[in-house]
Design a protein around this ligand. Structure first.
Ligand code: FPP
Length: 246
């Protein structure tokens, strides 16, 4: 299905400065639901529309990668019903959306641990979606699922040890090569919704020089226009990567 809601490119965006990779912490689903007198899980359900619209919006302006925080290694501490809902929701979302995303050239990938806690059926759907879309090049939708930034670094270190890399050869490049997606550039911009000012263990290594933009919008209400506002703010920033302006 083509973009169901094509929007004109906003005039305040500089199309020569579109971030290549944007990370999104999709926060505020629970509060959105509570405010409507609904169970928390309804907020996650409503977050699907926000995710799909944001993905189409990113595609429309030439963002090449979007990493979205869907389930963290800490989210297992939530009530069992909510955890179960989020697991099934991931599977359902892939079933419902993988074909339309495939048609518009989205490659679906995942970052996170494939540990025993993730149900086999969910892993199977994840593998299917990744295989179906593996040759697409318009945009990478990287779903951080059972993801933790510290866990990612731990996993990279484990692989260094497995690969028998001597201490003298351990450098940033050696670690980066063992992250979940070394082929993705670091995010230029990370957006967190719902007025919370934390990074919450998201892309710890990759975020070292990302611009952070915080939006008050609760995730289920987030649309591509909010992404564009965040990108406009990013474009007003002065990125120096630790250097000085020349
Ligand atoms: C944080 O809101 C959101 C999550 C833990 C889940 C985000 C998931 C989606 C938006 C849908 C896509 C999901 C999958 C599994 C593909 P919160 O519950 O922490 O909200 P609160 O801070 O208001 O309690």
């Amino acid at each position: 299905m083509p973009d169901p809601r094509p929007t004109p490119i906003p005039e305040n965006l500089d199309m020569t400065m579109i971030p290549t990779h944007v990370g999104v912490v999709m926060d505020g689903n629970g509060r959105w639901a509570t405010r409507q007198g609904l169970p928390r899980t309804e907020g996650h359900g409503a977050g699907e529309k926000a995710l799909v619209d944001t993905t189409y919006g990113a595609l429309a302006i030439g963002v090449k990668a979007l990493t979205v925080y869907a389930f963290s290694t800490e989210n297992w501490r939530r009530p069992i019903d909510e955890v179960r809902y989020l697991m099934n929701f991931n599977r359902g979302l892939l079933e419902r959306r993988q074909h339309e995303l495939h048609e518009v050239g989205v490659r679906i990938t995942f970052s996170g641990r494939r540990d025993w806690r993730v149900p086999r059926g969910v892993l199977k759907r994840m593998d299917e979606a990744a295989a179906l879309t593996k040759d697409n090049t318009a945009l990478v939708l990287n779903i951080a699922f059972n993801y933790g930034g510290r866990a990612e670094i731990v996993d990279a270190v484990r692989r260094l040890v497995e690969d028998r890399v001597p201490a003298s050869k351990v450098d940033e490049k050696a670690i980066r090569q063992r992250l979940y997606h070394p082929e993705l550039p670091d995010p230029d911009l990370v957006v967190r919704t719902s007025g919370e000012y934390r990074t919450s263990n998201f892309l710890l290594w990759e975020m070292a020089y990302s611009e952070l933009v915080f939006s008050d919008v609760l995730w289920p209400d987030f649309r591509r226009e909010d992404l564009y506002d965040a990108i406009a703010e990013y474009q007003r920033r002065d990125r120096r990567f630790g250097g000085v302006e020349t």
